[in-house]
Design a protein around this ligand. Structure first.
Ligand SMILES: [Cu+2]
Length: 307
């Protein structure tokens, strides 16, 4: 995974931000060098040789006026266009921010798929993705620097971002609007995949959770129901009532857990369940340190099997 930043751009919107950045930087550099040369000259020139009015008018009014007008005219068409409706072939991904995780819903007008996941967004390379962004509680901000600029996520409103990923990869995103105690641990990951792999993945996500394959996974699923995890989490095919926490139907296929807080490994899952109030204090899920190690292990094992 590359470090987050918009300069190694992997999306068309981020690419145009990077281009504008470099051009403005180069322009600034040329002017800086010019001013330094003038400074050197003014230190050596005799006072009678300097004509203040010419320099004030030329260097203080006409020159900046021309340069700023030229840069503005050049940059204006490079700003992202406001598109109130998605293009016909776009994949529609609704992202709803919660304190402190991301609900993700895919709707593909081409295949009719409609599926809810969380915290990780997969996108097909080369196909426009229309992000519809909103919030369930406070103001958050959607920011995946390698793909596009920031967009605020406002409760009761939809904002949009149209992005085409230009290469495969995994990019880290981050909530970019202070939204409470765990704002810093509200990351998300976007995975760019080849279009056929993506279709395959999305079809798998729309199926219900796989049945437990071992006795231990069975024990994990039973513990999930017995401990009422299902009051907050949906696992399609197991329990459909929970909406307060992330959908866990295919949780095992995600790279991270807790909105980028830990790697999704056996150890990470057990630590999360037993100690999440130490790892992510204030998160809207209790620590399950009262469960015995065997139950925790079974729960972690079953969660990991939800591919
Ligand atoms: Cu946030």
């Amino acid at each position: 995974m590359k470090p987050a930043g918009m300069l190694p751009a992997a999306g068309d919107a981020a690419q145009s931000i990077a281009t504008v950045t470099w051009v403005l930087f180069a322009g600034g550099l040329v002017i800086f060098i010019g001013v330094m040369l003038l400074l050197a000259w003014s230190l050596r020139a005799r006072a009678s040789a300097v004509r203040p009015r010419l320099w004030l008018l030329g260097g203080g009014v006409i020159f900046p006026g021309l340069v700023l007008a030229a840069l503005f005219t050049w940059a204006l068409p490079r700003m992202p266009a406001w598109k109130p409706l998605p293009p016909a072939n776009a994949l529609v991904v609704t992202v709803k921010a919660h304190m402190w995780w991301w609900e993700v819903r895919y709707r593909d007008p081409v295949t009719g798929v409609d599926v809810i996941t969380a915290n990780e967004i997969r996108v097909p390379v080369g196909r426009p993705v229309y992000f519809a962004l909103t919030s369930a509680d406070v103001i958050h901000s959607f920011w995946v620097p390698q793909l596009a600029g920031k967009m605020d996520m406002l409760p009761g409103r939809m904002q949009h971002l149209l992005v085409t990923a230009t290469e495969p990869g995994v990019w880290r995103g981050q909530c970019a609007e202070f939204c409470g105690e765990q704002h810093a641990q509200m990351a998300l990951h976007v995975v760019g995949m080849a279009a056929p792999d993506f279709s395959f993945w999305l079809a798998a996500q729309s199926r219900p959770a796989p049945a437990p394959a071992t006795a231990r996974q069975m024990q994990g699923r039973d513990a999930f129901l017995a401990n009422r995890c299902s009051a907050c989490h949906t696992v399609r095919g197991v329990s459909d009532e929970g909406r307060l926490g992330p959908d866990l139907t295919h949780f095992g296929s995600r790279l991270h857990l807790g909105a980028g807080t830990l790697a999704n490994t056996a150890d990470g899952r057990e630590r999360w369940l037993a100690h999440l109030q130490q790892i992510k204090p204030g998160a809207r899920m209790p620590s399950y340190d009262r469960l015995d190690p065997q139950t925790l292990e079974a729960l972690g094992d079953w969660l990991g099997s939800l591919q």
